[in-house]
Design a protein around this ligand. Structure first.
Ligand code: PLP
Ligand code: COI
Length: 340
């Protein structure tokens, strides 16, 4: 079968593919799991995932390289993060091998949907872990479902590598200081829906959240981490226990230092010191690197490099990262995993 899609203009929306992977955890162990054509889950009405948010998800991508092969970017890191999230929510860990093999199996089974090289499209993979079964008190579930599904996607933020503006949230936090901000759980995203809607209605791409304890330092974007570039060539990104540890961000910290010769720093990013940055961006699996044109804070729009042009360092970081992901630039050891 030859799949015909408008590969250059996919956007970021659900697309039902032929196959997904599903595995059940029961009596203290995972089953083998299998690929299925059934895109629906049937679960108890009292499942803790539905009532108490005992669920977690991940996001990673499969990339079509120039020679037509397909590769994943650091899937072991997503497995590790899902394990950390599972620990926080008292869910069973999905072993790394099981996680990576499930992702590979789903990509293989749906390989016609991995966008062609050069279109900018990728196959977005969404692993999901949910607590199910008959529980009504606030307890962890005894049974769990781990599923992995996928869909072809394009840019998450409008225009991809085009600067857009973001707005600092005055009235809402996405996570509490000792809450679940560092875990990839649905509740964090539920909390971000209303501020996200208000930001978009006001013409911004997304919200910049401040640290929930003092509201004086940048935490992250609703669906990505934040970074800034200083005039003296430093790559700076917030360090906080309540932000999602972005795999893209940790990759950029390493690439900035080893490939671009920059000093890479995780530290405080006070919201009243935006002048120290000559460029800024949002980074993540879905966001890739989305340049931040300006940040609206209180009644002022602080513009970094330009509202319309991508800064030179942001572009170099993008070329390095995306070059590795699509197989055009040599990857650090272990960063890409081929689908055989
Ligand atoms: N922060 C949030 C809130 C996110 O949803 C994401 C997306 O996964 C990220 C950061 C970026 O993380 P990663 O680079 O691992 O995709
Ligand atoms: C990702 O980048 O994978 C995300 O999870 C961001 C968003 C789509 C929730």
């Amino acid at each position: 079968m030859v799949v015909e899609l408008d590969w250059e203009n996919l956007g970021f929306s659900y697309h039902k593919l032929p196959y997904r992977y599903v595995s059940h955890f029961k009596d203290g162990k995972w089953d083998e799991g299998e690929l299925t054509e059934n895109a629906t889950l049937t679960i108890s009405e009292s499942s803790p995932a539905l009532h108490y948010g005992q669920q977690a998800f991940e996001g990673l991508k499969a990339y079509r390289t120039k020679d037509g092969s397909i590769q994943l970017f650091r899937p072991d890191k997503n497995a590790e993060r899902l394990q950390n999230t599972a620990d926080r929510l008292l869910m069973p860990q999905v072993p790394t091998d099981k996680f990576v093999e499930a992702c590979k199996a789903v990509v293989r089974a749906n390989h016609e949907y991995v966008p062609p090289y050069g279109t900018g499209g990728t196959l977005y993979i969404r692993p999901l872990l949910i607590g199910v079964g008959n529980v009504i008190g606030v307890h962890p579930a005894d049974e769990y479902i781990f599923t992995v599904f996928a869909m072809p996607v394009g840019s998450y933020f409008k225009g991809g590598l085009t600067p857009t503006n973001f707005i600092v949230s005055k009235d809402f936090d996405r996570a509490a200081p000792y809450g679940t901000g560092a875990a990839k759980v649905g509740g964090n995203y539920a909390a971000s829906l209303l501020p996200g809607k208000k930001a978009k209605a006001a013409g911004f791409s997304d919200v910049i959240y401040l640290d929930p304890a003092t509201h004086s330092k940048i935490e992250e974007v609703g669906a990505a981490n934040f970074f800034g570039i200083t005039a003296d060539n430093k790559f700076v990104t917030p360090l906080s226990p309540s932000i999602l540890p972005s795999i893209t961000k940790y990759s950029l910290l390493e690439l900035a230092e080893t490939r671009l010769g920059m000093k890479a720093i995780e530290g405080d990013v006070p919201i009243d010191q935006l002048d120290r940055f000559v460029e800024a961006g949002a980074c993540g699996t879905a966001a890739v690197i989305s340049p931040i044109g300006g940040i609206q804070y209180q009644d002022k729009l602080h513009v970094f490099y330009s509202e319309t042009e991508v800064g030179p360092v942001t572009r170099r970081l993008y070329d390095e990262l995306v070059g590795i992901q699509f197989g055009d630039v040599e990857a650090p050891e272990g960063w890409v995993v081929k689908i055989d």
